[in-house]
Design a protein around this ligand. Structure first.
Ligand code: SAM
Ligand code: DTB
Ligand code: SF4
Length: 342
């Protein structure tokens, strides 16, 4: 047997444990592979599960910007850090629907609404529910990222037509406390459990380039891959360094290390949409192409993420064109349902 194996297989438990569990050692061994061997493995897995030339285009909109009470060390929206981001009121439903229509007209098939909350109050959630219904009505796949959810809130989002809830683990458990102190990773896992129980698709990933070690990146990927089932959607963000945040000035991650992280996410979560997320504006086209080769099949599309920049849509279309790639036209719900049954 290959030296890099799933734990369960290595322990001879493949028959009794239907969901393979990844050890940090096994994921770290993948990250340590020679680059070409890692890319070959990742692309092989990718081709077994997806059209290797199709990329999902997902547009983000910040529906409530700034003023967040949390202290995530990477985030420009935390009220306590002095950044250029102001505390703004929540957007009106019609403004959000107009933005979603514009995104759809540009070719996006997924629309993700983000809010700088620790979690939504019921009054706030009520307006989000209206937004979700309206955006779903446009025929787009819907995603929301609103922070921690209380009992019953995930069910309300599901009933409104939400497809995915994004809630990132962000980093490995042992590093989490160095990045965020106002909540624990168990709080994150609790919300992910509520999302799963409500029948929503899970979108959960993390951020690299926060000064973590390769071992920490392996531990993050192992933790995501060991969720049962693993998330249908896995955003891998490269830290966008924003002046005024504690992580501003962190040594930049070697771009090949970012590609390796994408590849390992693809290998360990074969049917997930792997999202090449924040940090693309600072990334060369060559590195982005390597990320696609490593199995990334979704990008944020449109000139803004939540508060920071993203490549212009026309530039992204030109890049895909140069690579002979094209936007994924259909909603991924069918694919995701299969992933959930692993
Ligand atoms: N407040 C909610 C929460 O934290 O879950 C939802 C919005 S929050 C901005 C969504 C995600 O954006 C975070 O979990 C984090 O992974 C990502 N993010 C925030 N700031 C970032 C940055 N500077 N660079 C990369 N990713 C970032
Ligand atoms: C995710 O993992 N990345 C997106 C989305 N989910 C919500 C957010 C990236 C935010 C980057 C910093 C900003 O623009 O404020
Ligand atoms: Fe708030 Fe989310 Fe930013 Fe953390 S990542 S400060 S919870 S908006």
């Amino acid at each position: 047997m290959d030296t890099i194996t799933h734990n369960a297989q290595a322990a001879g438990k493949a028959d009794t444990a239907p969901v393979p569990q990844w050890s940090v050692d096994a994921v770290a061994a993948l990250l340590d592979l020679p680059f070409n061997d890692l890319l070959f493995r990742a692309q092989t897995v990718h081709r077994e599960n997806f059209d290797a030339n199709a990329v999902q285009l997902s547009t983000l909109l910040s529906i409530k910007t700034g003023g967040c009470p949390e202290d995530c060390g990477y985030c420009p929206q935390a009220a306590r850090y002095h950044t250029d981001v102001d505390n703004e009121a929540m957007l009106e439903v019609d403004v959000v629907v107009a933005a979603a229509k514009a995104a759809r007209d540009q070719g996006a098939t997924r629309f993700c609404m983000g809010a700088a909350w620790r979690g939504p109050k019921q009054r706030e959630l009520d307006r989000v529910l209206q937004m979700v219904k309206a955006v779903r009505g446009l025929g787009m796949e819907t995603c929301a990222t609103l922070g921690m959810l209380k009992a019953g809130q995930a069910e309300q989002l599901k009933d409104a037509g939400l497809d995915y809830y994004n809630h990132n683990l962000d980093t490995a458990p042992e590093f989490y406390g160095s990045i965020v102190s106002t909540r624990t990773q168990d709080d994150r896992l609790d919300t992910l459990g509520k999302v799963r129980d409500a029948g929503l698709h899970v979108c959960s990933g993390g951020i690299v380039g926060m000064g973590e070690t390769r071992r920490t990146r392996a531990a993050l990927i192992a933790q995501l891959a060991n969720l049962t089932p693993y998330p249908e959607s896995v955003p891998i963000n490269n830290l966008v360094q924003v002046e005024g945040t504690p992580l501003h000035g962190t040594a930049a991650l070697d771009p090949f290390e970012f590609v390796r992280t994408i590849a390992v996410a693809r290998i360990t979560m074969p049917k997930a949409m792997v999202r090449l997320s924040a940090g693309r504006q600072e990334m060369s086209e060559g590195i982005q192409a390597l990320c696609f080769a490593a199995g990334a099949n979704s990008i944020f599309y449109g000139d803004k993420l939540l508060t920071t920049g993203n490549p212009e849509a026309a530039r992204d279309r030109a890049l895909l064109d140069k690579l002979g790639m094209y936007p994924l036209r259909v909603a991924t719900a069918g694919v995701q349902a299969v992933a959930s049954e692993q």
